[in-house]
Structures are given as structure tokens and as C-alpha cells.
Design a protein around this ligand. Structure first.
Ligand code: NDP
Length: 224
């Protein structure tokens, strides 16, 4: 039985990924920083789904989560925020920028570092970083500069990990889910959570293990 850990997974795209992998008989470690919401979400999915408490911005919380896990094949770094006041590149505060980076880029990086020893024991280990087209350098938009640049940085984390771990058969990729109807995406977004989760599920379950170091949307490579 394959095991996946998904961060920030009590709602939105992360929850959908957890639900779909559980439906395929995966062992799912549904992670969230909110205990009550996380436990409720894991129970709602059922099957072989367990809650793992983890705040991706807190190294002690990450270390405590690692101690609860005994095997791991796929890590999905899904947790992210858009900080308050992230609207104008000329006005956004340094605090907001730091918050975005600490969760969206450094959080995923720290979680990957901490869970790597477990991933290294898997036959087909994978890290999937849920990024965003907002982080693309050629087509970023201006609506959330701190969030966008934190996703550019997350893509840098993907590229570094992929290059460093290529010889160890660990596949590391970034995914843009598209604009999805979640708390983050809002009700007017064009995609359902099922559509948003599609490339993540495909990477976890079907994509060739040699596919690494890429930025993907709709199962296809897109520019960084
Ligand atoms: P949601 O806001 O619904 O989900 C984000 C999740 O991350 C929440 O469960 C949130 O929980 C969690 N989270 C935030 N900070 C932390 C933390 N420090 N530790 C643990 N969990 C945390 O958004 P989506 O489901 O839409 O987003 C999922 C991913 O998809 C994100 O990486 C997002 O950037 C990406 N994405 C989404 C798009 C969209 O249109 N929806 C478009 C492009 C990319 P909490 O309540 O504790 O904050």
C-alpha cells in the first residue's frame, strides 16, 4: 500500500487530493495545523486516512509530525496562504512578504527536508509542490505580488530538490492547479476541486518516475 502525506489538507484542493488517493486505497496522512478541522476531515474521508498535525511554518511541529510517520512514498506540499494586504507590489509590507515566503516556499522546503529520510526508503518517491501560475516569471500578473513571488521561490525549491535528488530516483515537480473554487480561489474561479486536483493525482499515481524537475498544468509542462 502506498502512502501519501498532504499538507494543509482539511479543505480545498488538498482535501480533494486526500479523498481521491484514499478512494484508490492509498494510506493517506491528512495533515493540517488545525487539529479539530483536520481530525474531522480525516474521519469524513475514512478508509486508511489518519490526521497528522503539522504547521509547516514551525520546525518543532514538523519534527513532531515526522515522528508520527513510519513510511512515505509521496509528499504533497499543498499548504499556502495569501497574506493580508498583498495587493500592490509598491505597498505590500515586508511582514506580509515574509509570511508568504515562510509558509509557501520555506514551509514546503522544510517539510521536504524533514520527510526526506522516509521518502528515501520508498521504491518510487515523489515530492509534489503545489505552486501557481502566479509564480511564472513570464506571466505572473500583479494581483498578489508577495504570494506570486513566494510561488516563484517554491519553483526554485522544486528545481533545486529535483537536481539534487535525480540520482536518488526522487521525482520532484511543481504543479499549477489552475484557478479553482476554494476558499483561496473564491466562488468565481473557473475550475472545480476535482479539476484542480487532477495533475497532482496523475503525478502521484500514473506519471513516469523519470518525470522530474518540471512545472506542470493539465499534465503538461509549462514555463517556469
Ligand atoms: P485553501 O485556502 O482552501 O487551502 C489552503 C490550506 O493551507 C488550508 O487548509 C490552510 O489551513 C493551509 N495552511 C495555510 N498555512 C498553513 C500552515 N502554516 N500549516 C499548515 N497548513 C496551512 O486553498 P486551495 O485549496 O485553493 O490551495 C491549495 C494549493 O493550491 C495552495 O498551494 C495554493 O497556493 C494553490 N493554488 C490554488 C489556486 C486556486 O485557484 N485555488 C490557484 C493556484 C494555486 P488554515 O486554515 O490552517 O490556514
Amino acid at each position: 500500500m502506498r502512502t501519501a502525506l498532504i499538507t494543509g489538507a482539511y479543505r480545498g484542493i488538498g482535501f480533494e487530493v486526500a479523498k481521491q488517493l484514499a478512494a484508490r486505497d492509498w494510506r493517506v496522512l491528512l495533515s493540517a495545523r488545525k487539529r479539530t478541522a483536520g481530525e474531522k476531515a480525516a474521519k469524513a474521508i475514512g478508509g486508511n486516512t489518519t490526521f497528522v498535525e503539522m504547521d509547516v511554518t514551525d520546525p518543532q511541529s514538523i519534527a513532531a509530525a515526522v515522528r508520527l510517520v513510519d513510511s512515505l512514498d509521496v509528499l504533497v506540499n499543498n499548504a499556502a496562504i495569501i497574506p493580508e494586504g498583498d495587493e500592490d507590489v509598491l505597498q505590500v509590507t515586508g511582514d506580509a512578504v515574509l509570511q508568504a515566503f515562510t509558509t509557501n516556499a520555506l514551509g514546503a522546503w522544510r517539510v521536504a527536508q524533514a520527510f526526506y529520510p522516509l521518502l528515501a526508503k520508498s521504491k518510487a518517491p515523489r515530492i509534489i509542490n503545489v505552486s501557481s501560475g502566479a509564480g511564472q516569471l513570464g506571466d505572473s500578473g500583479t494581483w498578489a505580488p508577495a504570494y506570486s513571488i513566494s510561488k516563484t521561490a517554491l519553483n526554485g525549491v522544486t528545481a533545486q530538490l529535483a537536481a539534487a535528488l535525480r540520482d536518488k530516483n526522487v521525482a520532484v515537480n511543481s504543479v499549477c492547479p489552475g484557478w479553482v473554487r476554494t476558499e483561496m480561489g473564491g466562488p468565481d474561479a473557473l475550475r472545480s476541486v476535482e479539476e484542480g486536483a487532477d495533475t497532482i493525482i496523475w503525478l502521484a499515481t500514473e506519471a513516469p518516475q523519470e518525470l522530474t524537475g518540471k512545472f506542470l498544468r493539465d499534465r503538461k509542462e509549462i514555463p517556469w
